[in-house]
Design a protein around this ligand. Structure first.
Ligand SMILES: NC(=O)c1ccc[n+]([C@@H]2O[C@H](COP(=O)([O-])OP(=O)(O)OC[C@H]3O[C@@H](n4cnc5c(N)ncnc54)[C@H](O)[C@@H]3O)[C@@H](O)[C@H]2O)c1
Length: 398
């Protein structure tokens, strides 16, 4: 087995693969389409970050490729449908930077509550301003978390440890952690919170979630943070609310149109406003998150390779079948039509193979079944399964 890792993926990934007996080639940069096709010759596993584009043309030209790991959160850079249509599951690291985001949110709440960016600028300019006016502790302050998922719920726990009183609103019925209080509506949360922070996901329906109406509903002199998605918030409306003094400070990490390169052409209505922290989408960017992403995604690819496990794949049916040593495992991607499982099992039965374990998962047009048999599959069994019209990809493990 061979893995090709592009774009400076953390070396922990290489360690995970080496420990699993998988040969690794590391390359520092991304590859353009033709170079990628050439580099994928004989490669089983591909690891990328956000720059490398894995198109249908790349996938069609790489018959050896069996799985892809996006060593990041987003997976838009891969044609996910084309991949799963070829029986190629794609994995990412949805949770690895959760803690990094939580820590930045808390740091920014403290910085905003103490108006530290202003004090910092003043002293750099020579002004010694010791005034406590407008500076507050966060202890006992009411934090309103919108979106109580991986990040929102972890923030809830750590914010309480700092003495904040936590309120949250989520469209799903989420378990309240610690002493956090669930709000029945966004309005209820806006009425109570002294600091509002957004942690909802990027579903299309969330576009424009926060605008003039919501800022107007927030408590006077409240703080606002968005480290989730840029298109959720009307930043013109936020700038107006900041300029009027109704909102006392804001921290923003995500923007509707984020520059692709480092050159200085970023523009936002929030620039140069007092007590506003702007960061270039770095909420999850820490060395610790990179390390965890390296470990997490490499382990997903290893488990798919050695066990056929697809749990947390972003495009394939998700399943995990516990492996009992001594068995012979068949993993089978197929088109999701009635009767495929029966056809597979009939072939095995016809050849005297006893099925000791089996799990089927489906996702849209794709089915995936993992079967453990007590005997190694003879070539005629493999050929019979491969000849089924629904077959996409068959792998034998063990
Ligand atoms: N700034 C960064 O660097 C960075 C890093 C990681 C994640 N993120 C972003 O942070 C956000 C949260 O990430 P996560 O992993 O916690 O996501 P998640 O999917 O675990 O949680 C999102 C939660 O929001 C809830 N939700 C969705 N729409 C809602 C609405 N309109 N009102 C109330 N609740 C709603 C969902 O039910 C879910 O519980 C995502 O948008 C993600 O892209 C940003």
């Amino acid at each position: 087995m061979k893995a090709l890792l592009l774009e400076n993926i953390h070396h922990l990934a290489e360690t995970v693969f080496n420990n699993a007996g998988i040969e690794v080639e590391m390359r520092p940069g991304a590859l353009a389409e033709d170079d990628l096709i050439e580099a994928l010759d004989g490669v089983d596993l591909l690891g990328i970050r956000s720059t490398t584009q894995v198109t249908k043309r790349v996938l069609d030209a790489s018959p050896h490729l069996s799985a892809i790991g996006c060593f990041c959160i987003g997976t838009n850079q891969v044609d996910l449908t084309a991949a799963v249509d070829l029986g190629i599951p794609v994995f990412n690291a949805p949770f690895s930077n959760t803690r990094s985001v939580v820590e930045l949110v808390l740091a920014e709440i403290i910085v905003l509550a103490r108006r530290l960016t202003e004090k910092d600028r003043q002293l750099h300019a020579g002004e010694w301003n010791k005034s406590a006016a407008g500076s507050h502790e966060i202890r006992g302050r009411k934090l309103g978390i919108v979106g109580y998922g991986n990040i929102g719920s972890q923030l809830s726990v750590v914010a309480e440890m700092l003495g904040m009183e936590v309120y949250f609103y989520d469209t799903d019925d989420k378990l309240a952690l610690g002493n956090a209080k669930r709000c029945a509506s966004l309005e209820e949360l806006l009425d109570v919170a002294e600091c509002v922070t957004l942690h909802v996901d990027g579903r299309a329906g969330n576009a424009g979630l926060f605008g003039a109406r919501e800022f107007g509903r927030m408590r006077d002199r409240a703080l606002f943070l968005n480290l989730s998605r840029g298109f959720l918030v009307d930043y013109e409306a936020l700038a107006t609310a900041l300029e009027s003094g109704h909102i006392a400070g804001a921290a923003v990490d995500v923007f509707p149109n984020e520059p692709k390169t480092r050159v200085g052409d970023f523009a936002s209505p929030l620039q140069n406003l007092p007590n506003v922290i702007l960061t270039p989408h770095v909420g999850g960017s820490t060395m610790e998150a990179q390390e965890d992403i390296g470990r997490f995604v490499a382990a997903k690819l290893r488990d798919y390779t050695h066990l056929g496990t697809t749990t947390l794949s972003v495009n394939a049916p998700e399943l995990t079948l516990a492996f009992a040593p001594g068995h012979h495992r068949i993993t089978y991607f197929h088109t999701n039509t009635p009767g495929v499982l029966a056809s597979l099992n009939n072939i095995l039965a016809d050849h005297g193979a006893n099925i000791d374990g089996q799990l089927l998962g489906t996702r849209g047009q794709i089915g995936y079944v993992v079967t453990d048999a007590s005997m190694a599959m003879p070539q005629d069994v493999v050929a019979a399964i491969e000849a089924l019209p629904e077959t996409i990809r068959l792998r034998l493990i063990g």
